[in-house]
Design a protein around this ligand. Structure first.
Ligand code: CA
Length: 227
């Protein structure tokens, strides 16, 4: 998906001074940087350039930043780090719910931003690679799930859901997002996600893995952070 340290970052920021500082700092750190000032320009450029990360100011002059996040996510799903001056917990949850992977509040130190970028990029794995988190191992090409030496029998849908969550530990996925990603063919009001998640939890628990999937009240589900 991206070469180590050579990830492509799209900075979406209407404050020209801040955009300039960010772009300069990130280039020095070895990233390829693109920069735009509006939500529309961000959507257009993201579709052309497929950035690995979008650093997204939520206070944009044209579109609502959260709407931009939703649309970016619908396409090729770059890592989205929301940047905002708003600091309430409610806004934070809104941002994550809309599909941001992480959140940083202005003013922030450049070191902090670089650390978060690094962490997010480290979490991204090439698509067909095995995912190993602690004793849990998922092998997408073989649809095989194991905990230690024990193989866990998951249905296709259960495997898909677990894979979506495990690829992005810590990221909150709403029920509707999980639904869009794996259940295009079912009625949107069915409780399919809930049922599958509890089946996955039960099977993993039987293999000795507790609390792998977190329920985030009012927001969705997240894979337990690795550390
Ligand atoms: Ca702004």
């Amino acid at each position: 998906m991206q070469g180590r340290g050579l990830a492509k970052i799209l900075v979406v920021e209407d404050d020209e001074n801040l955009a300039g500082v960010l772009a300069g700092d990130l280039r020095l750190a070895g990233y390829e940087v693109l920069s735009v000032k509006t939500g529309l320009a961000a959507l257009e450029l993201a579709a052309l350039e497929h950035p690995d990360v979008v650093l997204l100011d939520l206070g944009l002059p044209d579109l609502d930043g959260l709407e931009v996040a939703r649309q970016l996510r619908a396409d090729n799903a770059p890592v989205i780090i929301a940047v905002t001056g708003r600091i309430s917990i409610a806004d934070r949850v809104d941002g994550l719910y809309a599909g941001a992977d992480d959140y940083i509040t202005k003013p922030f130190a450049l070191e902090e931003l670089r650390a978060r970028l690094h962490a997010q990029l480290r979490l991204r794995r090439p698509h067909n690679d095995a995912i190993e988190i602690g004793t849990l191992k998922l092998e997408p090409h073989a649809r095989k799930c194991s905990v230690g030496a024990a193989e866990i029998s998951l249905s296709t849908k259960e495997f898909e859901l677990l894979e979506i969550l495990a690829r992005r530990p810590g990221r909150i996925f709403s029920q509707s997002e999980l639904f869009e990603r794996s259940y295009q063919d079912l009625e949107p009001d069915s409780n399919a996600i809930e049922v599958r998640i509890s089946a996955i939890r039960r099977k993993l628990r039987q293999a000795g893995l507790e609390n792998v999937i977190r329920t985030v009240r009012g927001a969705g589900y997240a894979f337990r952070n690795s550390d």
